[in-house]
Design a protein around this ligand. Structure first.
Ligand SMILES: Cc1cc2nc3c(=O)[nH]c(=O)nc-3n(C[C@H](O)[C@H](O)[C@H](O)COP(=O)(O)OP(=O)(O)OC[C@H]3O[C@@H](n4cnc5c(N)ncnc54)[C@H](O)[C@@H]3O)c2cc1C
Length: 347
């Protein structure tokens, strides 16, 4: 941690884990409320939007905006109100006592009265050749975000679950041809979603097939992809053990990964923060039955993709980020009132 943000000796009001859109939005709100939030940027400073070039569906940018630019603007905006950013990654959280204690990957610890978890959910990558170079340049993990860039293209969707069917159906509105590439002969998707995909004339399936390599460049985007197939399925595994597989390179203008996301919640293992079966954080409703961003631990709030397996959009992440900061502010006010009441001397 650098000197400027070395506040490990103090108890912070609010710590925000994550500097994606949700964390930045929470930082702007918390900083404007004079809570002096400290934001941990973690392993991917700026979050997933830094992996993309153009964002066309974020409100307020009629010509679209670069992912990096949007994130840098958000960070500048939060810093203008004195939010502090640091490169640390949170490794462990002790939430059973107050203030909460966080342990960082460099061994430092710090304490905070309120915690906003905005650590995102990482899309799973296939491991195909050139994916690092082409992610955001024709290779994507989000059809809602990038589908419109593929009008008239042939595209591949990798996966066999509901999200792959959803991505393919969405892409079929723009692309000339959508091919779902699945490593087995059976889909994991629900019958209804599979039927919708099968009934769509723009969508076809490549069974027992996997993606081996993506070709193209950051200048031209994706131009083709190499697929491997084997009649018994799982061809990549077979190829790795020396079994003969069929290999074919097909011309495509885009590749979409749809093999799921992993929410980044490892540092909450062993705490009472409630998670669903896939690891996404669960948030509570208040006494009136209204949704809040508070988790099962009072004073711990969740924002963005880490608590949202469904929408996973920048604008929704920013929305819940602001909600989490408002909820944290209300929590701190309640804490303050309770502490003041405890110190009042009875007559
Ligand atoms: C290629 C691509 C293109 C996309 N395009 C669009 C688009 O055009 N429009 C749109 O609306 N959405 C788009 N999305 C989706 C959008 O990026 C996400 O919905 C959004 O980034 C979620 O924001 P978040 O803040 O919740 O999480 P993230 O952006 O995932 O940020 C998570 C943050 O948490 C940090 N972190 C994780 N673990 C720790 C830890 N232990 N300690 C400290 N920090 C930690 C990370 O370093 C990161 O800073 C796209 C996504 C991708 C991958």
């Amino acid at each position: 941690m650098n000197k400027e943000t070395d506040t490990t000796a103090d108890v912070r009001n609010v710590v925000i884990v994550g500097s994606g859109v949700a964390g930045l939005s929470a930082a702007v709100y918390a900083a404007r409320a004079d809570l002096e939030p400290l934001v941990f940027e973690g392993p991917e400073p700026g979050g997933q939007l830094t992996l993309t070039t153009d964002v066309e569906n974020y409100l307020g940018f009629p010509e679209g905006v670069g992912g990096m630019e949007l994130i840098q603007n958000g960070k500048d905006q939060a810093e203008r109100f004195s939010a502090k950013f640091t490169h640390g990654t949170v490794e462990n959280a002790t939430l059973a006592e107050r203030p909460f204690e966080l342990e960082l990957s460099n061994g430092d610890t710090l304490q905070t009265r309120a915690l906003i978890v905005a650590s995102g959910a990482s899309a799973r990558w296939v491991g195909a050749e050139n994916e690092d170079e082409l992610m955001g340049y024709g290779l994507s993990t989000c059809a809602t975000c990038d589908g419109a860039f593929h009008r008239g293209d042939d595209v591949l969707v990798i996966g066999g679950g509901d999200s792959a069917m959803e991505e393919a159906l969405f892409l079929a509105k723009f692309a000339d041809n959508v091919t779902i590439v699945h490593r087995r002969e059976e889909l994991r998707a629900s019958e209804i979603m599979a039927d919708r995909a099968r009934d769509n004339e723009t969508i076809e399936f490549r069974w027992n097939t996997e993606l081996e390599a993506i070709h193209g460049s950051q200048e031209e985007g994706v131009t083709s992809a190499t697929l491997v197939s084997h009649p018994d399925g799982y061809p990549a595994e077979k190829a790795a053990t020396g079994v003969d597989v069929d290999r074919e390179t097909v011309d495509v203008g885009g590749v979409f990964y749809a093999i799921g996301h992993t929410p980044n919640t490892e540092f909450l293992e062993g705490t009472a923060v409630d998670r669903d079966e896939s690891g996404y954080l669960r948030t509570r409703t208040d006494d009136a039955g209204r949704a809040t961003t508070e988790t099962a631990v009072e004073g711990v709030f969740a924002a963005g993709d880490v608590a949202d397996p469904h929408y996973q959009q920048a604008v929704t992440a920013a929305g819940t980020g602001s909600m989490a900061a408002l909820d944290a502010e209300a929590h701190l006010e309640t804490l303050e009132r309770t502490e003041e009441a405890a110190f009042e001397i009875p007559l």
